[in-house]
Write a protein that binds this ligand. Structure first.
Ligand code: NAD
Length: 331
């Protein structure tokens, strides 16, 4: 059996080939799974997809018609997969429910500190032999307040680092995490967290109830000098509303590893094409905004764990076993 893996980055390919060796043949494609590319999967019982794949009803229908029976998604988030349609088509879907939460939490901190201490601007200046400090003043994190929206695995890892900085911790979640309470985190209503935090970081999954969690009202509730970091999913923020607040000169810094219209852009080289997305084009012009292309998970450790878990998901599917990674069980 040959597994067809879509959306494979060049760095990731040797890890995937190594992990599948001695188990199944694997063919890696750099194109992402969507309605145009899905026909390539014809004849493949198992396909593996990545975070920005479009696994809506249309794509799943094409895959099913071509004989695909299992989708092994190489991410934790699965907001891009129409699970109801997969179930109707009798298609097994598995994801990777656990891999290094440190990869994402540490990157969220990298974004927070980069915007706080103006690292990118400082680096650009020194490359130009401009050694002035004007405009580079940041703030100590020690003694300030970190607000963590979503205190699961990644939120907890972020909070531990915040504790290391000596920060006060506020949390918001539908379920309290005792490990966070032990760290000294105080759970408060969302509006209070937004109003009191110097640094706000998002770690809830994207689902209908969390879409635009940070909408125009939430942005208004934030302090003018707050730092906002999103390393979860772009759809958690109403980006047009954020641009409006940034135009008004608000916020010390905004670090975004994800963007609500990132599919079709992130992970690809668009540098020679006309920019069609006016919101993103405006966003990257603000001196206090840093945008990265969904790379928070991208460490050797995390990618290695994702790949190993994906192989195990395929082995389990073939053996008819159901693990915690299975979103739609084998029918
Ligand atoms: N940028 C990246 O590279 C990257 C990588 C991995 C994960 N992520 C994102 O990070 C998210 C969090 O990952 P995790 O491993 O910490 O997940 P997790 O399941 O451990 O934690 C999620 C937390 O969100 C809370 N939550 C769920 N629904 C909620 C709601 N409606 N309101 C308030 N809280 C709610 C849960 O109770 C839980 O505590 C993922 O869903 C994914 O979208 C991003």
């Amino acid at each position: 059996m040959e597994i067809l893996a879509f959306g494979v980055q060049a760095d990731e390919k040797p890890l995937i080939e190594q992990a599948f060796r001695d188990r199944y043949a694997v063919r890696c494609l750099d194109v992402f799974l969507n309605e145009d590319t899905a026909p390539i999967a014809a004849g493949h019982e198992v396909v593996s997809s990545s975070v920005n794949a479009d696994l809506g009803a249309g794509v799943l229908e094409i895959l099913a018609a071509g004989g695909t029976r299992m989708v092994a998604q190489r991410s934790t988030g699965f907001n891009n997969i129409d699970l109801t349609t997969a179930e109707r088509l009798g298609m097994t879907v598995a994801r990777v429910s656990y891999y290094s939460p440190y990869s994402v939490a540490e990157f969220a901190w990298a974004l927070a500190m980069a915007v706080n201490r103006r690292i990118v601007r400082a680096s650009t200046r020194t490359r130009d032999f401009d050694f002035r400090l004007q405009g580079l003043m940041g703030r100590d994190m020690h003694g300030r307040t970190a607000g963590v929206l979503g205190t699961g695995k990644i939120g907890e890892a972020f909070a531990r680092i915040a504790r290391g900085f000596g920060m006060r911790l506020l949390g918001w979640d539908i379920a309290e995490n005792p490990a966070c309470t032990e760290l000294g985190m105080r759970y408060v209503p969302k509006d209070r967290l937004l109003a009191e935090s110097d640094l706000i970081t998002l770690h809830v999954p994207l689902m209908p109830e969390t879409r635009h969690l940070i909408d125009a009202g939430a942005l208004k509730a934030m302090r003018d000098d707050a730092i906002l970091v999103n390393s979860s999913r772009g759809g958690l923020i109403d980006t047009a509303a954020l641009v409006g607040e940034l135009r008004a000169g608000r916020f010390t810094g905004v670090g975004l590893d994800v963007y609500e219209a990132e599919a079709g852009l992130f992970f690809l080289d668009k540098s020679l094409e006309a920019v069609e997305d006016d919101t993103l084009a405006r966003l990257v012009t603000f001196p206090n905004v840093l945008v990265t292309s969904h790379q928070a998970y991208y460490t050797e450790d995390a990618v290695g764990q994702i790949v190993d878990a994906t192989v195990q998901n395929v082995v389990d599917y073939r053996a008819g076993r159901c693990s915690e990674n299975v979103l739609v069980p084998r029918s």
